[in-house]
Each structure stands twice: as structure tokens, then as C-alpha cells.
Design a protein around this ligand. Structure first.
Ligand SMILES: Nc1ncnc2c1ncn2[C@@H]1O[C@H](COP(=O)(O)OP(=O)(O)OP(=O)(O)O)[C@@H](O)[C@H]1O
Length: 289
């Protein structure tokens, strides 16, 4: 498990991280969310050890991380750092060798990854000849080529079309299914909602919410319900104690006194559906940041 405890960091007088703690568990995809400038990249750089924290610790498998752990990590930095003029396959295999793989293993791993990322036919092209989305996939290959034990990916889905997102998702899920903890930042909340098991949301350098995606959503479901009836649901606002949140013809979203609303609806005629409203990650995000 990757454990982040009490991390703080300032740049000059500007405190950008304060008491950041979370876990990235084996086999789980952890989405790291926050508005622009909230401190995601700074946190990930500290996790990787490329930036020092001013307080707190980062541990991997119970040991505080140090340079000896570098080969265990697969890192996709925010500032993408590959060589535009180098051929895709040569570049990825070379990175594999830099991480200690022998030539045959590096090449085999490169070929398998390029195939999984649907880049096999671009293997002999120079990076600069690829579209931005395909260059992004090459960056992902670069982070994965040495079969790292833990993945830290800064915005791996930015710039990908929906089909490419699926391709990359499959590749990352495969790693997670093999027990690799995956931490990734993203602004694409719909993707995070589908993909991640756990979520960490930071706001202005502090943890705003964290936990399993499902628990986070359920725990914030609160007292909100949706009812759909046969005809206009405007009467819901007249039920004593109710707070009407939204009304759209036969559909009403409201808070409190669910039993009374349901009983009134049954008395009036057919109820099409009656469900608690579980907030989306998008709604939780907007509420906590
Ligand atoms: N090297 C640096 N020197 C000074 N300030 C920095 C430095 N790196 C980051 N910051 C500041 O730290 C804060 C957090 O930045 P960071 O890049 O971690 O945010 P982020 O959540 O990754 O944002 P984004 O979503 O826009 O990528 C910002 O206010 C940024 O200006």
C-alpha cells in the first residue's frame, strides 16, 4: 500500500499543501481530484520523491520512500518529457532499459504495451509525427514499460477521445487487477466516476473528501428523493414538511418526509418510481471544493 501522511509544502510564503493524508490500496484505482491549482501535481511529485515535502511522510509497503523505490514506480508527469524526434518503439524500449530491463524484455514489454494501446502500427514513427492523443498514449506506455509495482499518473486521460479513453482504461484496469495501486489525477469526472474505486478530493491544498467512491456517494445521499408519478407532480410542494428541490412535470425531487409524500402519491394514483437520489461525483466535487 502507498501511504501519504500529513504532507505539507510551501513555495515561498505560499502554503500549497496542508496535512494531506490518504492511502492508495493495492488493486484499486484511486482518482485524485481538485480544481486547478489545488495541489494535485505537487502532491504527486512529492509521492514520487521528485519534490521534497516540508512535513509528513510517504511510505510504500511500510517503508518511507527513498531513491531505492524509484524503479518500483511508474510515473506519468504533468510535463510530458519524451523525445519528439525518437521513434516510438525505440523510445519506450530504451526507457525500459533505463529502468533495468534487459534488451529482450524491454522490447517484448514495449511491443505488448503498444499493441494493448493500439499503437502497434505507429511503432516505427517518430513521436512528433503522432497526433497529440497518440502521443499521450505513448506517454502512458513510457510509465508502464518496466511493469512498475505502483502507478502515479498525472492527467492520463487528458486529450484522449472517448475510444482512446476506453483503450487506456483497459490497460490501467489490467494493472490494477494484478494488484497494482493506481493513483491518477483527472478533471474528467465522468471518467473518474466510472473508473475509480477510491476518490481523494483536495481543495486549496487540503483534503476535502476521501474514501471509496460508493461510500462517498451513499454517505452524501442525505434526505433527497425523486418521485415520478402519472401526471403533474406539483402537489408535492403542498405536503406538510416537504422541501421541493426540483419539479419537472410528473417528476419531483424533494427533501424530507418521504413516507408522507409516498402515501400521498399512492392515494392519488399510480407511482411510477420512487428512489433516493445519490449524488454524482460531479455534484460532490462541486459541493466540497
Ligand atoms: N515550483 C513552484 N513554484 C511556485 N509555486 C508553485 C510551484 N509548483 C506549484 N506551485 C503552486 O502550487 C499550487 C498548486 O499547484 P499544482 O500544480 O500542484 O496544482 P494542480 O492541482 O496540479 O493544478 P492543475 O489542475 O491546474 O494541474 C499552485 O498555486 C501553484 O501555482
Amino acid at each position: 500500500m502507498l501511504t501519504v501522511r500529513g504532507i505539507s509544502r510551501s513555495f515561498g510564503d505560499h502554503r500549497v499543501l496542508e496535512d494531506i493524508s490518504f492511502d492508495v490500496k493495492p488493486g484499486r484505482m484511486t482518482g485524485f481530484l481538485g480544481a486547478n491549482g489545488s495541489g494535485k501535481t505537487t502532491t504527486m511529485r512529492i509521492v514520487l520523491g521528485v519534490l521534497a515535502a516540508h512535513g509528513g511522510t510517504v511510505s510504500w509497503q511500510g517503508t518511507e520512500i527513498g531513491p531505492q523505490h524509484r524503479p518500483d514506480f511508474g510515473y506519468m508527469p504533468e510535463e510530458r518529457g519524451l523525445y519528439p524526434k525518437m521513434k516510438v518503439r525505440d523510445q519506450i524500449a530504451w526507457l525500459g532499459r533505463l529502468h533495468g530491463l534487459d534488451r529482450a524484455t524491454a522490447e517484448a514489454s514495449t511491443d505488448a504495451l503498444l499493441a494493448d494501446l493500439e499503437l502497434g502500427d505507429r511503432a516505427g514513427d517518430r513521436l512528433e509525427e503522432l497526433s497529440l492523443g497518440n502521443q499521450q498514449r505513448v506517454q502512458i506506455a513510457a510509465a508502464l514499460v518496466h511493469e512498475p509495482d505502483v502507478l502515479v499518473l498525472d492527467e492520463p486521460f487528458s486529450g484522449l477521445d472517448p475510444i482512446a479513453v476506453e483503450t487506456v482504461l483497459d490497460v490501467l484496469r489490467k494493472r490494477a487487477a494484478n494488484g497494482v495501486p493506481v493513483l491518477f489525477s483527472s478533471h474528467q469526472l465522468a471518467i473518474v466516476e466510472r473508473l475509480c474505486d477510491d476518490v481523494v478530493i483536495i481543495s486549496k491544498g487540503r483534503i476535502a473528501a476521501k474514501g471509496s467512491r460508493d461510500h462517498l456517494r451513499r454517505s452524501r445521499a442525505g434526505e433527497r428523493y425523486e418521485i415520478v408519478v402519472e401526471e403533474d407532480a406539483g402537489w408535492v410542494r403542498d405536503v406538510p414538511g416537504v422541501t421541493l428541490v426540483e419539479l419537472d412535470g410528473p417528476r419531483a425531487v424533494f427533501e424530507s418526509v418521504p413516507q408522507q409524500v409516498l402515501k400521498a402519491a399512492v392515494d392519488r394514483g399510480e407511482v411510477r418510481s420512487f428512489t433516493p437520489v445519490v449524488p454524482t461525483l460531479d455534484e460532490i466535487f462541486k459541493e466540497v471544493i
